[in-house]
Design a protein around this ligand. Structure first.
Ligand SMILES: [Fe+2]
Length: 437
């Protein structure tokens, strides 16, 4: 049983966390012009205004779940800001978020502040129990997910026109030696085993059997991937899954998203502008189909998510799993390239020697999400923790592990399971290869 004192300290911690998350969201849009908030440049992205409203609305969903007497701020806002929760009525179509001039930017920002006040009052007034604290933590994690989506969308919307509030220079490089590391086979217990927050899809911890395998120390780089492109990778059906080949032809793909060819040189257009490819940065903005085709061309394969997780967090000497690749210490700018590193791009391989895993793998978290070959589905014994959040997506998506340079540090851990459709590539996704031995 928790004492009243423990309850007060838990609530003040969550209030603090709430303020941090909300401040970070506003910081991402602080330098935008008003016009930037409304524009939707593609069906897969959302206008910044929509993200601000939606993350706020989600707190209303949580407060309503805890207290059925809670009244939503506005029916009209709820309709527009509902992403895909059928339980709250028919949501406004995602591809048409950019046609809405109401609520206005000012009204959305006002709503953002009204919700801040409501959440603070709610947390202060209520006798919150453990489950309810979990729901608020989930809403903070949800907002972190949208901060990251917002960064993907800002790259699509503005690229180098975006002016970050903070920007740091990349870390100094250490010596790199590209190699792969052998991981022993046998029974491995995958899933979250910590005592803080995890999503329902990271549970329950369960045993899987792995054959031994070897996994690359670094993710695939732009230079590696360029060889595939220049070897006619996008012109040869033999490397592609049938569905992938259809996508390549239909969309006339010749290279990863944001690559452009000018005078025989491949350039990449991102927050830094249009620049020559940085050969030693992890390849970014590739779909599952492209990652899989590269592996086939390289006579390797993608890891399963169990292989990825073991390589990232298993300490062979101590026979324990850790929360992050380097151990259980919270991430700092010396461990990984995350949102709070403020680099606004992947960092070169070898940039984070202090963040390597017990097996010696670099950049398992930060820089780019890594595609795995695993279908996104519930673990054996899965129980849904929140209707319509994760489990209604258990079809036709693949799991990505790790995190990217846009992931807030609050929301990362080795057991985190991200998921996207096989042809999606506007998110910051790359991959690393494994081989059977
Ligand atoms: Fe959402």
């Amino acid at each position: 049983m928790t004492t009243k004192q423990e309850n007060i300290s838990e609530i003040s911690q969550q209030l603090e966390q709430f303020k941090n998350v909300r401040t970070q969201t506003l910081e991402l849009v602080k330098t935008l012009e008003k016009d930037d908030f409304v524009v939707q440049t593609a069906a897969f992205m959302s206008p910044p205004k929509w993200h601000l409203g939606h993350v706020s609305w989600f707190y209303e969903v949580i407060m309503n779940k805890i207290d059925q007497k809670y009244e939503f701020y506005s029916q009209e806002f709820s309709k527009v800001l509902n992403s895909y929760y059928q339980a709250f009525g028919e949501p406004h179509e995602k591809a048409k978020r950019g046609i809405l001039s109401r609520p206005t930017v000012d009204e959305t920002l006002q709503y953002f502040n009204i919700i801040n006040k409501r959440v603070e009052d709610f947390l202060k007034k209520s006798q919150i129990n453990k489950n309810e604290i979990y729901l608020f933590k989930m809403a903070f994690n949800h907002e972190c997910q949208h901060q990251e989506l917002l960064v993907y969308d800002l790259q699509h919307l503005l690229a180098s026109t975006y002016r970050p509030v903070k920007q740091n220079t990349p870390p100094k490089l250490s010596q790199i030696e590209k190699k792969s590391i052998k991981i022993s086979g046998g029974i491995y217990e995958m899933g979250y085993n910590g005592s803080d927050f995890s999503y329902d899809i990271e549970l329950p911890e369960h045993k899987v059997y792995l054959n031994q395998y070897s996994i690359d120390v670094f993710p695939v780089t732009n230079a590696d991937y360029l060889k595939f492109v220049e070897d006619g990778g996008y012109e040869n059906f033999r490397f592609w899954l049938a569905d992938g080949w259809d996508v390549v032809k239909k969309n006339n793909w010749k290279a990863p998203m944001y690559w452009e060819k000018e005078n025989e040189n491949w350039l990449r257009h991102d927050f830094r502008g249009k620049q020559k490819l940085h050969p030693n940065e992890p390849v970014c903005n590739v779909s599952y189909y492209e990652a899989d085709a590269y592996c086939k061309w390289a006579k390797k394969r993608l890891p399963t998510e169990a292989e990825w997780e073991k390589a990232s967090c298993w300490n062979e000497d101590k026979q324990i799993k850790t929360i992050y690749p380097w151990g259980n210490d919270h991430p700092t700018k010396n461990h990984a390239n995350l949102l709070e590193s403020y680099l606004w791009s992947p960092a070169e391989i070898g940039s984070y020697p202090l963040g390597k895993s017990h097996y010696g793998l670099h950049q398992m978290v930060g820089d780019v999400w890594e595609w795995t070959s695993s279908e996104f589905a519930g673990y054996p014994g899965f129980k849904s923790g929140f209707a319509e959040y994760n489990d209604k997506w258990f079809a036709n998506q693949k799991v990505l592990r790790g995190s990217s340079f846009a992931t807030p540090k609050y929301s990362i851990r080795n057991s985190y399971r991200n998921f996207f459709k096989l042809d999606e590539r506007w998110m910051f996704a790359g991959f690393r290869c494994v081989e059977d031995i």
